[in-house]
Design a protein around this ligand. Sequence first.
Ligand code: GLN
Length: 411
Amino acid sequence: PAQRVASFDQDVWSIFTPLAAETKAINLGQGFMNFGPPAVVQEAAKEAIDRVEANQYSHPRGRPRLRNALAASYSPEFNRQLDPDTEILVTAGANEAMFATFAGYLDEGSEVIVMEPFFDQYISNITMNGGKPVFVPLRAPDHAATQNISSGEWRLDINELRSKVTPRTKMIVLNTPHNPIGKVFNENELREIGKVAEEHDLIILTDEVYDRLYYPPLEKFPRIGALDKFWDRTLTVGSGGKSFAATGWRVGWLIGPEHLVKYAFAAQTRVVFCVNSPCQEAIAAGLEASLTEPIFQDQTNSYIEKRSRLSKVFDELNLPYTSPQGAYYILVNTSKIRYPADYTFPDILDQRGDDFKICYWLAKEIGVCAIPPSEFYTKEHWPLAKHFARFAFCKTDDVLDQAVDRLKGLK
Ligand code: GLN
């Protein structure tokens, strides 16, 4: 194998998703929904499959209907009229949007500053493109060990970020709402990050796949690409899968100024050429509908309800957690959970953080699958994740209720 790939461990998803299936655990692990896209989106996909033309290659930048719908939906978000021909690129999921951006902008040895914990795919996407991730931590306050906190209390030390910049730094990766913390960066925090990028002429790549899922008291989702002059150096990633409960469709997008979209587009054309056509039509239909119908508001309301449906059991069990401002994960402190000292774990967990053990035991013996967040930390920082498990609440109420019942077995 190539050196760049040979070092990849088996990823957390391919351990825990099959484990949940084998053990028949309620799967609150990998963040996918057990419900389908809104009817308008599903119908549009079926209708597109019936149209000969909609089954063929799309324009490499994305089908015009989807780019127009994205422009209509996102222009107000960025306080500017987005040009669907040059400022929007449809990608094969958000992950590929990031891959194409790294491919388009990193040279061998280019450094990319990533906040830790990070969504795991960033790292391999960076290294596969010759880049080097450089880490800066998000820190929870001390009282997070004993009481619930808001995800907003996880903080970035801006001077620490600044100290990570070297002459080789090319980019800062931001993720808001953040996976796995749920933090939504506020405007002040975004301005501080933007200033560092300005001082050193860096690109900001912001993963905003959960942008349609943020919760009160937040009234508006702050975007760095919409602030001050940061538009000119920012690429924003979005997700059809997250926005419309269709994570397997792999339709995402990249929004930014023409001069930055340009080389991500150049790279993407050489990787996938274009993105699956019928699903693009369907996501377009969803965005069009969202201009006149409260699709996203309804979705948000249902997620607010789901968040409390699940989190109440952690209150009951006295397990402190981070209440997310956005996205659909709850990061729970598991330090009070005890499993038998002589419990045997499979070899596959040997070279992993201790949180893999707790999550394995939870799936197997309690019947609820969560994700061990050390996957989102560099190896030297695995101990920081030791007492955490990430539970996804993008599930139907009956499934959440069953998970709650089983988790009560921890009492
Ligand atoms: N983004 C989802 C999660 O964090 C799925 C990740 C994946 O399957 N690679 O759970």
